[in-house]
Write a new protein. Structure first.
Length: 654
C-alpha cells in the first residue's frame, strides 16, 4: 500500500510539474481543465497496472539466477526476551482516520452553510441560473446554478455587468463539479500536499475560463481588470467559484496572451510521450513461467492459490506428495539425476517450499528450482551471498519479501502469557491466532530455542456435560456395568473418556445417569529377580536347597530323603559372570524405548508413518506422540520399508 501511494504521488508530481512548465501560461484553458482532472485518475491508475510477461522455461538447470538460498538450512538462533512491539500500522490507520474525520466534517460544514444560504434568502430564477440575494456584503460567487450576490447592490444596479457575466460563465460551464471532485479527494488523501497545489491550479484555470468568456462578450480588458482589483480583498467560500480568487497578476497576463495553433498542437502532443514514459516507469511487471516439455527427466510441481499442490494436473496433499510421485509411471526417470521444478503464479512462503523440498529429498531428488511471483522469507533466514552446492535449491522470483523476525514477536507474546499461572491464564483470540500461526511456521530448531507455547486449561461449561457427551457416557458406562467383573475387557481410552465426561457432569446429571463403572484395581507389577553376581554354581545350589528345606511343608515329603550338602569353606572360587556363562536366573530385561524415542529413531531411518490409516509426515507423528502419550504404535517391515502405524485403538498382533 505504501509503495502504491509513493508511485501515485510521484506520477502526480510529474504531471503537475509538466503543467506548470508548459501549459499554465497558455490560453488553451479548456484543454487544461480536462488535463488537470484526468491526471488525477491516471496517477491512481498507472501504479495499479500490471503487465504480464510470459517466460518459457527450458528443461535442466536455468541460468541468470536472480536469487538463491539453501532453503533446507535453518541455522539455530539465540533469542532474547524482547519488549512487546508497537503496532505502528494500527497507529497510522488511527491517525489517517482522524484526519479523514476532520476534513470530512469541514467539507460537510461548507455544504451545509451553502444550503442554508440558499434556503433562507431571496432567490431570483432565470432560464440558466438562480440568483441568491444576501443581506451580507460578499463578493459574488457561484455554486452550480446558484449565483450569490449582495441584495442591496444587485437591486440598485451597482454590480457591474462583467461581474454578472463572469459568474454566469462559472455556472454554465459547471466548474463546481471540478471543485467537488478535488475537495472529496482532498478529504480522503488529506496527507498528500500535491492535492493542495492541484486544487489551486484547477480554481485558477476556472478564473481563466470565466475571464475569457467575459472578454469574448465584448468587455474592455482594461475596465474589466479594474473591476477585478476592486473585488480582490473580500473573502469567499472554499467550495464556490469567486471573481477575486487567485493571483491577479497571472490573470491579467493570460488575458492578453494568445497561443498559436502550432503551439497548441505541440503542447497537447507532448503529453502522449509523457504518459507512456510514466506508464513504463511506475507500472508493475509480472513474470509468469511457461514450462516447455523438452525433457522427460523433470518433475513439475505447481502451487496454486491457497497453497494447493498439484502434480500431473491433479491435486495432492503434502503428506502424499512423495508417494504420488513414486507411484506414477516414472520408470524412465532417475531420481538422483532428475530435477524438480516448483512454480507458482502466486506469492509463496519459504515454509511451504521447505516442506515440499523435504518430501522430494525423501525420494532422492537433488536438484530443485523454484519459480514464483513472490517469495516470503523470514529476515533471519535471508542471506545475501551463499555457496552454491549441487543440492542448493535455486529460486527465481519477481520479488523477495523479507518478513520481520516473527520469532521475537512470538517470544514476546509467549513470555507475556507464560508468566501468568496456567489456572488464571486467559489468551484473547487475536493473540492466540498470532501465536498459533507463528508457532506453526517455525522450524524444529526455532521451537527448541523459543519460549514454550502458552497452554490454557479448558474452561468447564457451567451447565455441565453436553447432550452428546451424556449420550457417550451412558453407552460406555452401561457397557462396563453389564460386564462380568471377573472377565472385564477394559480399554484405557474409553476409561479416560468416562472420567473426563464424569468430571464435567453436574450433581444432577450424575444422579440421573448410569453409575460410574466399578473397575477392578490393577495388580502390582512384579519385581524382576536380581541375578547373582560373582557366585559359583555350587554355592548357589547349596543356598537354594537350604531355602527349600526351611520353607518345605512337612507333608510334602512323599518318599526318599534330601541330603544337605555341607557348606563349603571360604576359599577362592572362580567367579561366574552373566556374560561369560549361562546365568542362574533370568536377567533383568532392558528398559524399553518410549514410543516417542522410537518414533524419532525411525524418522531418522526414513520410516513411513501412518495415523489412523492415513499417511503423515514424521514431524507430525512426533508432534502427535508428544501431545498424547496414550497413543498405540505398531512397527512392521515390508519389502525393506518400515511402516509405523499410530492409532488410538488397541493394536492386536495377528
Amino acid at each position: 500500500m505504501v509503495l502504491y501511494l509513493l508511485k501515485s504521488t510521484a506520477c502526480l508530481a510529474i504531471f503537475i510539474a509538466f503543467y506548470k512548465a508548459f501549459l499554465e501560461q497558455e490560453s488553451i484553458h479548456v484543454f487544461k481543465r480536462f488535463y488537470l482532472l484526468v491526471i488525477i485518475l491516471v496517477s491512481f491508475t498507472i501504479p495499479a497496472i500490471v503487465f504480464t510477461e510470459y517466460v518459457e522455461i527450458q528443461g535442466g538447470v536455468t541460468k541468470n539466477i536472480q536469487y538463491s538460498t539453501p532453503l533446507l538450512v535453518h541455522e539455530p538462533t539465540t533469542t532474547f526476551a524482547q519488549p512487546e512491539e508497537i503496532d505502528w500500522s494500527q497507529i497510522g490507520w488511527v491517525i489517517y482516520g482522524f484526519g479523514v474525520l476532520v476534513f470530512g466534517i469541514k467539507f460537510c460544514k461548507n455544504l451545509f452553510n451553502i444550503n442554508q444560504r440558499i434556503r433562507k434568502n431571496q432567490k431570483i430564477e432565470t432560464e440558466s441560473n438562480i440568483k441568491v440575494l444576501l443581506e451580507k456584503s460578499i463578493v459574488p460567487h457561484t455554486f452550480f446554478r446558484y449565483i450569490f450576490l449582495n441584495k442591496k447592490k444587485y437591486l440598485n444596479g451597482k454590480i457591474p455587468a462583467p461581474v454578472i457575466c463572469h459568474e454566469e460563465s462559472h455556472a454554465k460551464q459547471k466548474h463546481s463539479i471540478d471543485v467537488l471532485i478535488i475537495e472529496l479527494l482532498q478529504t480522503l488523501c488529506w496527507f498528500n500536499p500535491l492535492l493542495y497545489i492541484l486544487k489551486h491550479a484547477i480554481k485558477l484555470n476556472h478564473e481563466f475560463l470565466a475571464d475569457q468568456a467575459v472578454i469574448q462578450q465584448g468587455s474592455d480588458p482594461s475596465d474589466y481588470q479594474k473591476i477585478i482589483l476592486s473585488y480582490s480583498s473580500i473573502h469567499q467560500p472554499s467550495l464556490a467559484n469567486a471573481i477575486n480568487y487567485s493571483s491577479i497578476k497571472k490573470r491579467f497576463t493570460i488575458m492578453k496572451k494568445q497561443t498559436s495553433r502550432k503551439g497548441i498542437i505541440l503542447r497537447t502532443t507532448i503529453v502522449l510521450p509523457l504518459l507512456v514514459s510514466l506508464l513504463f516507469a511506475f507500472s508493475q511487471t509480472k513474470v509468469e513461467p511457461i514450462i516447455i516439455e523438452n525433457s522427460s527427466n523433470i518433475l513439475k510441481i505447481e502451487i496454486k492459490k491457497e497453497n494447493e499442490i498439484w502434480f500431473k494436473d491433479a491435486p495432492s496433499t503434502l503428506e502424499n506428495l512423495a508417494d504420488k510421485i513414486t507411484s506414477s509411471n516414472l520408470d524412465d526417470i532417475d531420481m538422483n539425476t532428475s530435477e524438480a521444478q516448483i512454480y507458482s503464479n502466486e506469492i509463496i512462503t519459504s515454509t511451504l517450499v521447505d516442506n515440499i523440498t523435504k518430501e522430494l529429498r525423501k525420494i532422492g531428488v537433488k536438484r530443485i528450482t523454484v519459480f514464483s511471483d513472490g517469495y516470503i522469507i523470514p529476515e533471519e533466514d535471508y542471506k545475501d551471498t551463499i555457496e552454491i552446492m549441487p543440492e542448493t535449491v535455486i529460486l527465481k522470483t519477481n520479488q523477495i519479501i523479507l518478513r520481520p523476525t516473527d520469532l521475537n514477536k512470538y517470544n514476546s507474546l509467549a513470555k507475556k502469557y507464560n508468566i501468568i499461572p496456567i489456572e488464571k491464564r486467559t489468551i484473547p483470540l487475536e493473540d492466540l491466532h498470532i501465536l498459533e500461526t507463528l508457532y506453526r511456521e517455525m522450524t524444529e530448531e526455532q521451537k527448541q530455542n523459543a519460549q514454550p507455547f502458552p497452554e490454557c486449561i479448558p474452561k468447564k461449561k457451567k451447565d455441565g456435560a453436553s447432550k452428546e457427551q451424556l449420550k457417550t457416557y451412558a453407552t460406555l458406562a452401561k457397557k462396563y456395568n453389564t460386564m462380568d467383573p471377573e472377565y472385564m475387557y477394559i480399554k484405557k481410552q474409553e476409561v479416560d473418556i468416562l472420567q473426563k465426561i464424569y468430571g464435567l457432569m453436574t450433581p444432577k446429571q450424575k444422579a440421573e445417569a448410569e453409575p460410574f463403572p466399578n473397575f477392578p484395581e490393577l495388580p502390582p507389577i512384579p519385581k524382576a529377580p536380581k541375578p547373582p553376581k560373582n557366585v559359583s554354581n555350587v554355592v548357589y545350589a547349596a543356598n537354594q536347597i537350604d531355602s527349600i528345606i526351611e520353607e518345605q511343608d512337612p507333608y510334602d515329603v512323599v518318599g526318599g530323603s534330601i541330603t544337605r550338602l555341607p557348606k563349603q569353606p571360604n576359599q577362592p572360587v572362580a567367579p561366574t559372570y552373566e556374560k561369560d556363562m549361562q546365568p542362574n536366573s533370568p536377567p533383568v530385561p532392558p528398559t524399553p524405548k518410549s514410543p516417542l524415542d522410537f518414533a524419532i529413531e525411525m524418522a531418522k531411518k526414513g520410516a513411513i508413518f501412518k495415523y489412523e490409516g492415513k499417511q503423515i509426515s514424521s514431524d507430525k507423528a512426533i508432534d502427535l506422540l508428544k501431545k498424547n502419550k496414550d497413543l498405540n504404535m505398531d512397527s512392521r517391515t515390508k519389502n525393506g520399508t518400515q511402516t509405523i502405524r499410530i492409532t488410538k485403538e488397541p493394536i492386536f498382533i495377528d
